[in-house]
Design a protein around this ligand. Structure first.
Ligand SMILES: O=C[C@H](O)COP(=O)(O)O
Length: 252
């Protein structure tokens, strides 16, 4: 299985920088042996507004394009974006339940569950974020993550939906800081989440990846327990993405 390596641009870049950055990163991905040999599946999650442009740039390459959020219904929901719209505009991944959306916009495991169901029903891939809020033991973090994962998959499983699911383990206390969580902590929690995800019976190419102040140098210390990286700030410099692709090539 290829490693998944990608980033959400959150709300960092405007139109022009998104475009310049995406061109550079997609070109690197197109030509890098880690990608062309199928060892890495890269992904980019820009703002909604840039999805059509980034999807057009990524066409014909293995780079997946995602959305940072979704609504679970269609109809009278002013300001929202639906899963079928995202599909029509070229997204294949949909991020759900990021810590910033939980903290700032009141999202819960229940709203995550509705979104996972809507995304799978539209034939898209949920990129579901889970992670404990406080720093503690790996055992407590694994239990919290498994509980969140089970709650977020509940509605999709009840409806008998299948497909690929990507889980991003992002301990909240390790997002936006100087260092990622300790390697052993990441490995232990990702392993526990992977067992739970496998138990749920989604597609074989489902994966658990790590995010939270991740950057060059980390992948070799946490793979294969983590099957990839969800990058934030470190990916703003396309050279960092390239370095991580180099590291993935050495590993696989
Ligand atoms: O979506 C990405 C994560 O929230 C990580 O962001 P960060 O690497 O800037 O901490």
């Amino acid at each position: 299985m290829p490693l998944l390596i990608g980033t959400s641009l959150k709300l960092y870049f405007g139109r022009e920088r998104t475009s310049t950055w995406s061109r550079a990163v997609i070109e690197d991905c197109r030509t890098h042996p880690a990608v062309s040999e199928g060892r890495v599946e890269p992904f980019i999650v820009p703002s909604f507004l840039s999805i059509p442009e980034v999807a057009a740039l990524a066409e014909g390459t293995p780079v997946l394009v995602g959305a940072q959020d979704v609504h679970w219904e269609e109809g009278p929901y002013t300001g929202e974006v639906s899963a079928p719209q995202l599909r029509d505009f070229g997204a294949t991944l949909v991020e759900i339940g990021h810590a910033e959306r939980r903290r700032l916009f009141g999202e819960t495991d229940e709203t995550a569950a509705r979104k996972v169901r809507a995304v799978l029903a539209a034939g898209l891939v949920p990129l579901l974020c889970v992670g404990e809020t406080e720093r503690g033991s790996a055992a407590a973090a694994a239990l919290a993550g498994i509980t969140q994962l089970a709650a977020s998959l509940r509605l999709a499983l009840e409806d008998g939906l299948s497909g690929r699911v990507i889980v991003a383990y992002e301990p909240v206390w390790a997002i936006g800081v100087a260092e990622p969580a300790p390697d052993a902590h990441i490995r232990a929690v990702c392993t526990a989440l992977r067992i739970e995800l496998d138990r749920a019976g989604f597609a074989a190419d489902s994966a658990v990846i790590y995010g939270g102040s991740a950057g060059p140098g980390l992948l070799g210390r946490i793979a294969p327990a983590a099957q990839g990286l969800f990058l934030g700030r470190s990916a703003h410099d396309p050279r960092a993405m390239r370095r991580i692709l180099d590291e993935a090539l050495e590993l696989t």
